[in-house]
Design a protein around this ligand. Structure first.
Ligand SMILES: Cc1cc2nc3c(=O)[nH]c(=O)nc-3n(C[C@H](O)[C@H](O)[C@H](O)COP(=O)(O)OP(=O)(O)OC[C@H]3O[C@@H](n4cnc5c(N)ncnc54)[C@H](O)[C@@H]3O)c2cc1C
Length: 463
């Protein structure tokens, strides 16, 4: 017998024939506690998420996903769906339930003539970019290379190309989905358009996405890098930054961060980028590079892939412990700056950071109800990120984030990018983050997942 947690939180027992019946149907692998690969299979990106699912179905293809979903549905199991496993709250796993793990599904097919690419549900952005860059093509992905294409896109998808080409969802042409009834559905503008609308920002609420098809754009050499200032200049730099962002053309990106340099010194930085002719970028980014005589200016031309992995080490390495709070803000007030700077003076770990990501350009010109991702205004996604390597220190690093968040929250909006919402944010914040799209999402959820099988996420209750 295998004890397993069900959808209503009670425990059920799966018999040996039931488990072997599933094993017979799965071309990939069914991993149970005690199996030699269980320890590796249960781990997700965030080392602070230490959960022990009862059963992990490592899917090799769409038929495996179908069989896994039918099994979870029939037995009414608590189920997590894992793409890249990068969710900071650990939605790609759970305690005692089932995980449908797509990480073995890695195919990426590029059609350079039509400028489209198809990625399976377990592909990471670095893997996707490697294939599309062979042809000098790219689409909007995240700012580090090891996030999952599926989870990031389903929540919206913010990254270096969003000003010019919109969010990842704005480049999604179609998706294949296994819904809670085990059916495979193709979702696009012409097939199941309600599902397609909901997938573009509604997160993992609507089914298991086995493949995504994207529009690609020519992107090769870009300008990118950090400009660094001593922490004493942080308040002045953030005041410059808030005035610099609104004038940016679509091709330019500017993020700001308070972080710790590799030699252990807390600093203020602007992360600058330009996706267009390098000479134009040099001119447009010049004011930010010249401002305040930086301690270091690392902005340089580089291949797109290099910029996509620029933030990977040491801040996004697999197994780091992370606790993260986030919200949007349309203003960077002096009060907000003061709290942020004081927070950086009290960093409890050199891997922690306070970040402003600026949303602008093409992303903001899409009407808010055209996709489920409705954050279509020029604004900053603000992130208080606690990161550390030693699990025994978790309490103090989480306390640093919670304390700064207690002070910051009144100066930020009550909504956030749904991929950045913490598990301990209130359901009201999830609702507010979906905004006016929430009711429509609830109706579509009821159509495709009435029992709320897919609930380990920023959840949308069925209407
Ligand atoms: C270091 C770091 C950097 C980040 N940078 C960015 C960034 O630049 N831009 C940005 O937009 N976001 C960023 N994120 C947030 C990121 O978008 C989310 O964590 C996202 O959910 C990760 O997707 P995943 O597939 O890796 O995660 P998972 O943990 O596998 O899944 C996350 C959620 O998506 C669902 N999901 C995943 N795959 C599927 C699938 N195939 N079908 C259905 N549901 C699925 C899961 O059920 C879960 O609810 C970052 C996160 C981290 C930790």
């Amino acid at each position: 017998m295998t004890e397993i947690v069900t959808l209503d939180g009670t425990r059920a027992n799966l018999s040996a024939p039931e488990i072997s019946g599933l094993r017979d149907k799965i071309r990939g692998r069914v991993v149970l506690a005690g199996d030699t690969d269980y320890e590796a299979a249960r781990r997700v990106w965030n080392g602070n998420v230490d959960r022990r699912p009862a059963l992990i179905a490592r899917c090799a293809g769409i038929a495996d996903v179908q069989n896994a979903v039918r099994f979870a549905s029939t037995h009414g199991l608590l189920v997590s769906v894992r793409g890249g496993g990068h969710s900071a709250p650990g939605y790609g796993t759970n305690d005692g339930g089932m995980v449908i793990d797509l990480s073995p599904m890695k195919a990426v097919n590029v059609d350079p003539a039509r400028r489209v690419a198809r990625a399976e549900g377990g592909v990471l952005w670095g893997e996707f970019d490697a294939e599309t860059q062979v042809h000098g093509l790219a689409t909007t992905g995240g700012t580090v290379s090891n996030t999952g294409v599926a989870g990031l896109t389903l929540g919206g998808g913010l990254g270096w190309l969003m000003g010019k080409y919109g969010a990842s969802v704005d480049n999604l042409i179609a998706a294949d989905v296994v819904t809670a009834d085990g059916q495979v559905r193709h979702a696009s503008a012409t097939e199941n358009p309600d599902l397609f609308w909901a997938l573009r920002g509604g997160g993992g609420n609507f089914g298991v996405v086995t493949a995504l098809r994207f529009r690609l754009h020519p992107v090769t050499q870009v300008l990118g890098g950090l400009v660094l200032h001593p922490l004493e200049r942080a308040a002045d730099m953030l005041r410059f930054y808030r005035d610099f962002c609104p004038a940016l053309p679509d091709e330019a990106e500017a993020y700001a961060a308070l972080l710790t340099s590799p030699d252990g010194i807390p600093m203020a930085g602007m992360l600058l980028g330009y996706n267009g002719p390098i000479e134009d970028g040099e001119r447009i980014l010049a004011p930010a590079r010249k401002w305040g005589r930086p301690a270091a200016d690392l902005v340089a031309p580089m291949p797109y892939n290099a910029r996509q992995s620029m933030l990977d080490a040491p801040n996004a390495e697999h197994g780091l412990h992370r606790y993260w709070r986030s919200a949007f803000t349309e203003q960077i007030s002096d009060d907000l700056i003061k709290i942020v700077v004081e927070g950086a003076h009290r960093f409890s770990s050199p891997l922690s950071a306070l970040f402003f990501f600026y949303l602008h350009g093409a992303l903001t010109r899409v009407p808010a109800n055209e996709t489920a991702f409705g954050a279509r205004r020029a604004q900053w996604d603000f992130d208080a990120i606690g990161q550390w390597t030693d699990g025994s220190e978790s309490a103090s690093h989480i306390a640093w984030v919670r304390e700064i968040w207690r002070q910051l929250e009144p100066h930020l909006q009550g909504s956030a990018y749904i991929n950045h919402i913490a598990a301990d944010d209130q359901p009201e914040k999830v609702r507010a983050s979906f905004g006016e799209n929430h009711q429509r999402l609830r109706a579509i959820k009821a159509k495709y997942d009435k029992a709320n099988l897919f609930r380990v996420n920023s959840n949308i209750p069925p209407a």
